[in-house]
Ligand binder design. Structure first.
Ligand code: MD3
Ligand code: FE
Length: 224
């Protein structure tokens, strides 16, 4: 049963059943073998994120001292990103209601102490496309607000198998992950144990990056 948390922000608890979660975790583990997790860094300061990342798809999101951007290759191996996992593509087809495939699948890896500060996702050129989020592993406290950083926020727990569709009036809201919770449910972590400690969490976000002319999104915080 889906819940509209805010206009255009739809939470689908248990969207992936346990078998689908396990398949997704296996597919993600194979991607991480080819495209190892990297530690993104804050633009300007170079401070590392507590979340490690990788990507799948034609484009991947990266962040370093020079800024945020999408690029076609892994920042350390220089190789193209692996293909988007089939279970994630199926979720996009079921939930996005958008007439094109996703171009980027950002993979966020949270150890039990990792968090993600309040931010907007605005490095994409086409805000008419939604973002589709899939979570596996430990439960997390997801916080979301409004279009301004200081708007009041609400929180909801995201569990393994949950999907969130972020579109419409919510596409540019501020959001983040405040903390992880311990859980007895370790099922999905098994294929990911090489990449995720016990009690860790993995979130995938599927995104359109180019607008309909094929122009990529504005890079964030350019050097000059
Ligand atoms: C609301 N990821 O990768 S997923 C991110 O759990 C990100 O790893 C979080 O925020 C995570 O950028 C939250 C839910 C989500 C994803 C994208 C959004 C919520 C969003 C984009 C716009 C507004
Ligand atoms: Fe985000």
């Amino acid at each position: 049963m889906a819940t509209e948390l805010a206009p255009g922000l739809i939470h689908h608890p248990g969207f992936l059943d346990p078998a689908a979660r396990l398949r997704l975790a296996e597919q993600v583990a194979a991607i991480l073998e080819a495209a190892p997790p990297f530690a993104p860094r804050m633009p300007r300061t170079g401070k590392p994120f507590s979340v490690r990342m990788s990507n799948a798809g034609p484009l991947g999101w990266v962040s370093d001292r020079n800024g945020y951007r999408y690029q076609a290759t892994h920042p350390e191996t220089g190789r193209p990103w692996p293909a988007i996992p089939p279970t994630a593509l199926a979720a996009w087809e079921a939930l996005a209601r958008y007439p094109a495939l996703p171009e980027a699948c950002l993979i966020n890896l949270y150890d039990p102490a990792a968090r993600m500060g309040l931010h907007q996702d605005r490095d994409e050129a086409d805000f008419s496309a939604p973002v589709v989020s899939l979570s596996v592993g430990a439960p997390a406290l997801f916080r979301y607000g409004g279009l301004h950083r200081t708007d009041p926020t609400r929180s909801v727990r995201l569990l393994a198998g949950d999907a969130v569709v972020i579109g419409g009036a919510s596409r540019l809201i501020f959001h983040g992950i405040d903390r992880l919770y311990r859980s007895a449910d370790q099922l999905v972590e098994l294929p990911l144990t090489r990449f995720l400690p016990a009690g860790g969490r993995c979130n995938l976000t599927l995104r359109r990056v180019s607008d309909r002319t094929g122009r990529p999104g504005e890079p964030g915080l350019p050097i000059s």
